[in-house]
Ligand binder design. Sequence first.
Ligand SMILES: Nc1ncnc2c1ncn2[C@@H]1O[C@H](COP(=O)(O)OP(=O)(O)O)[C@@H](O)[C@H]1O
Ligand SMILES: O=P(O)(O)OC[C@H](O)CO
Length: 534
Amino acid sequence: MSGLQAGAEQRREEPSARASSPSRFVLGLDVGSTVIRCHVYDRTARVRGSSAQKVENVYPQPGWVEIDPDALWAQFVAVIKDAVKAAGVQMHQIVGLGISTQRATFITWNKRTGHHFHNFISWQDLRAAELVKSWNNSLVMKLLRGSCRALHFFSRSKLMLTVSRFHFSTQHATLRLIWILQNLPEVQKAVEEDNCCFGTIDTWLLHKLTKGSSYATDYSNASTTGLFDPFGMCWSKIIANVVSIPLSILPPVKDTSHNFGSVDKEIFGVPIPVVALVGDQQSAMFGECCFQTGDVKLTMGTGTFLDINTGNSPQHVNGGFYPLIGWKIGQEVVCLAEGNAGDTGTAIIWAQKLDLFTDAAETEKMALSLEDSEGVYFVPSFNGLQAPLNDPCACASFMGLKHSTSKYHLVRAILESIAFRNKQLYDMMQREIQIPVTNIRADGGVCNNAFVMQMTSDLINERIDRPAHFDMSCLGAATLAGLGVGFWANKEELQKLRRSEMVFKPQKKWQEYEMNMENWVKAVKRSMNWYNKT
Ligand SMILES: Nc1ncnc2c1ncn2[C@@H]1O[C@H](COP(=O)(O)OP(=O)(O)O)[C@@H](O)[C@H]1O
Ligand SMILES: O=P(O)(O)OC[C@H](O)CO
């Protein structure tokens, strides 16, 4: 959320909307990597009250990123109470709760006592980088890929093709979980005694909200762990067998919009039903009403996530874009292909901490006050480089610094790097996914920035629509929940409620950026494999 200066923020909204007050509401929550927020939505999908708090990541060692589950739980409960209060409504008026979460961040806990064994291990955490490298180069994986290639040749099975190209990544939960099992004997012991539960944030929040009576995840979250087979729509026996993760520690997978159980009465005074669990990118896709094949959304939050709706069957893996389940509602399954860049908002926050500016909103004017970055390039790689380069050992860097370089050039170079990464991801999507793009819609905190939005539109030569409210993960979770309890009738109704704030149209030709982008790519290449050299 832009302008979140203090630890917390509460907003009261739109008195005109209040006048026509319908008496029932749904809550949409987004547990992001930077911010945890809750909005109270009325039937017109207007926000009636909000609350947000900054997520405190813990960095116990370089490359390690964790979240304290007790702190997160306290914040989760607080933002719900504060948002409902800010909306001026009562808890009993809330008909359902939808929760969207950062994905593949996981925890394990003791099945009998409910106590967690360790902090959440974030999707940004790099502790498994060595494991990833050795597994990807292992004989087992080479044999697996080779035999699946042969099987695909005879069967034309998309699953076989996907496994033949499968590579682990640190963003998958799989090898971070293996790291935990190898390094925390207590967890390994619990697994052996059938006393260990694995959960991504959605599963663990559900466990807390229902005081241990519900244990589940949804298809969208499961499909992002790296342990799921989107073709069979179940946990992947192949991957689990290869790395020796017992399937018994994984939660049952349910529809995205589903009655997951009710919040224990002691928490909010009334038993609110939890009616949607959804991964944040899939949720943003739903909130943006990207319901048709070819619809694209570009989320620029902590990281950048570019997703395309690929219809009702998953695409096989081609290298950079990975197949995911968008959502499953009854018989309807919508699949996505996604590519991502790990460092977007993280670069803005880093620069802010260095006092290059005091508020992220200033960056736009700083960049626009210059003709160009004077040959300064930034490589956004605090968390390694994802596809198409896939290098967890790349470093973040500035190149081309001069005596004349000011903080304005540095800020412009950071913003340009976000747009260049967008272009790189968009080109990869076009190469790998043979589906014509219909609409492109942006969201996430960094889409506040008109400089980044315009430059991205120029670079990809497409119109990009920015919605009126861009907390799309909250809206997606709320609308998935609302559909589940009949608050809204169908997706057509949701489409009518969607409000666009601005459409960015290409203004400059790609050729005008070509040389700069080539230089930026050169800087990126020089930053690769850095941590192997030291
Ligand atoms: N005007 C802006 N220009 C650039 N970055 C911005 C702007 N407003 C907010 N941000 C950045 O957006 C990020 C937060 O985005 P958000 O979507 O809320 O994150 P997440 O959902 O990943 O927690 C922060 O890094 C913040 O600095
Ligand atoms: O926290 P966000 O919004 O950047 O999203 C994180 C992703 O869900 C990780 O897969």
